[in-house]
Design a protein. Structure first.
Length: 62
């Protein structure tokens, strides 16, 4: 088994704004079950999204 590579694309309002490839080292996968690997992938993606997306807002007073 080699490193697990995950292709990820971020789109906003249907427009692709960022693409990346995430990797999980083979030695970290070890004896993980399929469910554990899926969970590790989801965590890796959430971490990536948290780094990529920033939302700022303010109330406009009239």
């Amino acid at each position: 088994m080699s490193d697990l590579r995950i292709s990820i694309q971020l789109a906003v309002a249907g427009d692709m704004v960022k693409q990346d490839v995430l990797e999980i080292a083979e030695h970290k996968l070890g004896e993980m079950t399929e469910e554990e690997i899926e969970s590790a992938i989801e965590i890796k993606i959430r971490t990536w999204v948290d780094r990529m997306i920033q939302v700022e807002w303010e109330v406009i007073e009239e």
